[in-house]
Design a protein around this ligand. Structure first.
Ligand code: ARG
Ligand code: ZN
Length: 892
């Protein structure tokens, strides 16, 4: 079978660089038709390297000049091919041990639609160098273990580009001829080139300062497109909160005098941690109560914190090679998660993380792109900025934290920095610091870095009343994934021994109290199967396993409905109270799916009563937690349950069953929902934090349930509230909640609300993205056709990643039932976009292509449509490597 998966590179083939670079002096001149880049590199042979030529990476660079130690190089001294410049000699003489390499190249940032390297966005120029964008700016050994001190001079027309920014400190500025000016920046810290950044644009700036705990003052600046200063306050506040938090929790202080954030509207990912000059997708900077939702505000907190935290975990200590990506990403996500937990609600934050893991990472682990948090091979590194490397990577760090405890974890971090500050290191180095600081043997734990797939944890409990003894047997298993099979074919060994799994356990007594004196005990499961014995347990307990979701595993534990209901009501761990509700709902929904989603006799009254209790509880205690508990398991999660049970995923039945359960709850609990709606009415002016966020979430959730009512009640009582909230609510959280609900209803009010929203907000790009997204995720028939229509709408632009994500990715990834339409239209739509987009922006196209991950789990008729779509993409002339890897692996 033809697969055409592109060539892989292997971690085992790592060799140190043959040459090192001590300093880089860049001069970037921006002209109307091109940019010219002069680079002066102080190079030296690496004594620990393999020897050989001076090899530099370079992509789409037009070489103008090349000199060593001031002498132009004759063409016979070097070879320029396959995106590499290999210099073998200096005009006949062997290369000296130290040399100065000077290059001059021309690049075309206006034609750079990949948004990697230097590119244009609106009227400005911006860079994105991670992972391998720097080679699109100048010739360079583009690998993270080459660390150099950078200076950068930028020159451009003063009028059009008043701001000229790069990393570090501004050391000189001046005028040039023809109305041009220049600015020179110097970064005092050695860094890999992926952390280089440059901006030339006309921007407004919000300035502030932060006093570090050692008494230094850091100048803070948030740069945004002119006219948007009123949308930067939250990002600035988040930055200051992050700086204070990292000092408090980890003793880590900001190390530069300047810290800048620049927002840009065209950006492939969320944001980038370039040293002292973070570049952000506008989505994670701009926010005002009327334009951004509570979730957007929290997203800004988290991403600002994430990029700031990278200054230590990523920049001061970086990765030796890209296989180690999770070294910085997993750890930094763990840090931003902890920040979120500390500044918002720990329980709600954790629940959202678990949900995200199940929706995105578990399916990844079960599909053709499965990989461990540290892959042993890849074809295109940009395809590995994944839920696994980021989210599961954070789970792995969290498990270390759980196993060794907060105090030892902190000592481990201190030791990690003491040992490795200024270095490019590996995941082993991180684990070694944690092991040495804690005294806990983590040798076996390292398997988490090497194994793909989600382990299964089987639990069996037994209570002996006479002996007052509870016995728990835990068994782990992990089947090989597509990844392990590929490794085996490549002749590489797999260490498939048991994992070291921290299983946090509570034993909940009939009166709801915890039987264990410490409430929660962490059981270190290291064998394939292990039995744990608990004495002095006064009555038969209900076991609460994996409290706080202590390990990213599938739990297989036969607990009855009453036991789950007991945990829902009494578990002292809020995450497991939520989890018990999810398990119960999943069980019911699977029964409903087996019934084809028809009827309601699969819905037990006990569940309706449990939902009513959660709602009451939410009104009395924590509305945010109740809102989480009332969200039924996502369609994608139910799909994984089916696939895991060896059944073909039936997207229609899943959708029908889930809606049927929502309708049933709406009918049975209408009065309760109405009472909650009234009780949760806002009482204070809008603020994106505090308890009102939870109250809003619960009230909008309740409104969503009420909108599942019969037509008569819907039209008479709910519709007026939806339309009023769309037009009259002062904050985007309430507006978009109502609009999202309306978008599922086949009613004239829907069109009117969507039109009004569009005309009000057409000038605000991020709000237009919301307008696209609510339509792309609509349940209504004809959604695929509407998505195609919107792709031709002036509001859409295939070159802008945010637009593609809002419309196309939302449709493919967040609307499973329409994406997996039986007639294949969802797959065709995706293939049409991917084939068009891959020539312009391979990274974004490859991300859309990941929507096909689960194609082999649907029925044969759907599979035939999916295969046709995938083969059409595969056969596309000149297919980009990014997409070729994803599609090749899907077809393997
Ligand atoms: N390091 C960035 C972050 O985690 C992500 C940059 C990824 N860029 C890419 N082109 N793959 O914040
Ligand atoms: Zn990151």
């Amino acid at each position: 079978m033809r697969t055409d998966t592109p060539q892989s590179i292997y971690l085992k083939d790592y060799t140190p660089p043959a040459w090192l670079v001590d300093t880089v002096d860049l001069h970037v001149a921006i002209h109307d038709t091109h940019a010219e880049v002069r680079a002066t590199l102080a190079c030296r042979r690496n004594p620990a390297g393999p020897g050989g030529a001076l090899v530099l990476d370079g992509e789409e660079l037009a070489l103008q000049e090349l000199a060593i130690d001031g002498a132009a190089l004759a063409p016979f001294c070097y070879a320029l091919a396959d995106d590499r410049l290999a210099i073998a000699s200096a005009n006949g003489a062997p290369l000296p041990e130290r040399l100065t390499l000077a290059t001059r190249v021309r690049i075309a940032p206006d034609a750079n639609t990949q948004l990697s390297g230097l590119y244009r966005s609106k009227d400005g120029y911006f860079t994105q160098c991670e992972a391998q964008g720097f080679r699109r700016i100048t010739f360079y050994p583009d690998r993270p273990d080459v660390m150099a001190r950078f200076t950068c001079t930028i020159e451009a027309a003063r009028e059009r580009f008043p701001q000229l920014l790069s990393n570090g400190n501004l050391v000189a500025t001046g005028d040039a001829t023809d109305g041009r000016h220049w600015a020179r920046w110097e970064d005092p810290y050695a860094k890999p080139c992926y952390l280089f950044a440059l901006v030339a644009a006309k921007l407004d700036v919000l300035e502030d300062r932060f006093a570090t705990r050692s008494g230094r003052t850091v100048r803070l600046a948030v740069y945004v497109e002119p006219g948007k200063l009123d949308q930067c306050g939250h990002a600035m506040a988040a930055l200051k909160k992050s700086m204070a938090w990292d000092e408090r929790r980890f003793g880590l202080e900001m190390d530069l005098d300047h810290y800048m954030i620049v927002a840009v509207g065209d950006f492939n990912m969320g944001a980038m941690e370039n040293k002292g000059l973070n570049i952000f997708n506008t989505k994670y900077v701009l926010a005002r109560p009327d334009t951004a939702t509570d979730a957007d505000f929290q997203g800004i907190d988290r991403v600002v914190a994430h990029e700031y935290f990278h200054n230590w975990t990523g920049n001061r200590v970086t990765c030796r090679d890209w296989f180690q990506l999770s070294l910085k990403e997993g750890l930094t996500v763990f840090r931003d998660q902890e920040f979120g937990a500390d500044v918002h609600s720990r329980a709600v934050t954790r629940i959202q993380e678990v949900r995200a893991l199940r929706v995105a990472q578990f399916p990844e682990d079960a599909g053709p792109m499965a990989h461990p948090i540290r892959p042993a091979s890849y074809a295109e590194i940009n395809n590995f900025y994944t839920a696994t490397v980021y989210q599961k990577g954070a789970e792995v760090v969290r498990m270390i934290h759980t196993l060794i405890g907060e105090a030892a974890f902190r000592r481990g971090m201190d030791l990690y920095f003491a040992r490795h500050d200024g270095q490019a290191v590996t995941c082993e180095d991180f684990v070694a610091a944690m092991q040495d600081a804690s005294g806990v043997d983590l040798a076996q734990f390292r398997r988490w870095y090497a194994r793909a797939g989600t382990p299964h944890l089987k639990a069996e409990g037994r209570y002996d009343a006479q002996a007052r003894r509870y016995t728990l047997t835990l068994t782990q298993s992990l089947a090989p994934t597509a990844y392990e099979k590929r490794l085996q074919e490549a002749g590489l060994a797999i260490d498939d021994g048991p994992l070291h799994i921290p299983v946090a356990l509570g034993l909940v007594l009939p009166d709801g109290s915890d039987a264990l004196p410490e409430k929660t005990r962490v059981l270190p499961l290291t064998q394939q199967s292990q039995t744990f014995v608990f004495d002095g347990i006064p009555a038969a307990p209900v076991a609460s396993l994996l409290r706080g979701f202590s390990a990213p595993v599938h739990l297989d534990f036969a607990q009855g409905d009453e036991e789950l209901a007991h945990l829902m009501a009494w578990d002292s761990d809020p995450v497991n109270r939520w989890e018990a509700g999810q398990r119960l709902a999943t069980r019911i929904l699977l029964a409903g799916i087996a019934a084809g989603g028809e009827g309601t006799d699969w819905i037990p009254d006990t569940f309706v009563a449990a939902v009513a209790r959660v709602l009451d509880d939410g009104l009395r205690h924590d509305a945010a937690l109740a809102a989480e508990a009332l969200i039924l398991p996502a369609e994608q999660v139910l799909a994984e349950e089916m696939a895991g049970a060896g059944k073909a995923i039936d997207p229609e039945a899943i959708h029908r069953a889930r809606i049927a359960l929502r309708r049933h709850l709406a009918a049975r609990l209408r009065d309760r929902f109405e009472a909650a709606w009234a009780a949760l009415a806002p009482t204070e002016p809008y603020s994106p934090d505090g308890p009102q966020v939870g109250r809003r979430a619960l009230r909008n959730l309740v409104l969503g349930y009420l909108a599942e009512s019969d037509a008569e009640y819907l039209n008479a009582s709910v519709m007026p509230r939806l339309t009023a909230q769309c037009s009259g609510a002062g904050n985007m959280t309430d507006v978009i909640a109502a609009l999202g609900t309306l978008a599922n209803l086949d009613a004239p009010e829907r069109t009117a609300a969507l039109d009004a929203f569009h005309s009000r907000w057409q000038g605000e790009a991020l709000v237009v993205d919301k307008w696209l997204q609510v339509q792309a995720t609509s349940r209504l028939p004809g959604t695929a056709a509407r998505v195609r229509e919107l792709m031709r709408h002036a509001a859409f632009d295939i070159r802008n990643p945010n637009k593609v994500y809002a419309l196309v990715r939302a449709f493919c990834a967040a609307n499973p039932r329409h994406f997996h339409a039986a007639d294949g239209e969802g797959y065709r739509l995706a293939a049409d976009v991917i084939t068009e987009l891959q020539a312009m922006n391979p990274q974004v196209a490859a991300r859309i292509a990941r929507s096909f991950d689960r194609w082999r789990q649907v029925d044969a008729a759907r599979q035939a449509h999916a295969r046709a779509a995938l083969e059409r993409i595969r056969d596309c002339a000149g297919l980009a490597r990014d997409v070729a890897e994803v599609v090749g692996k899907a077809l393997e």
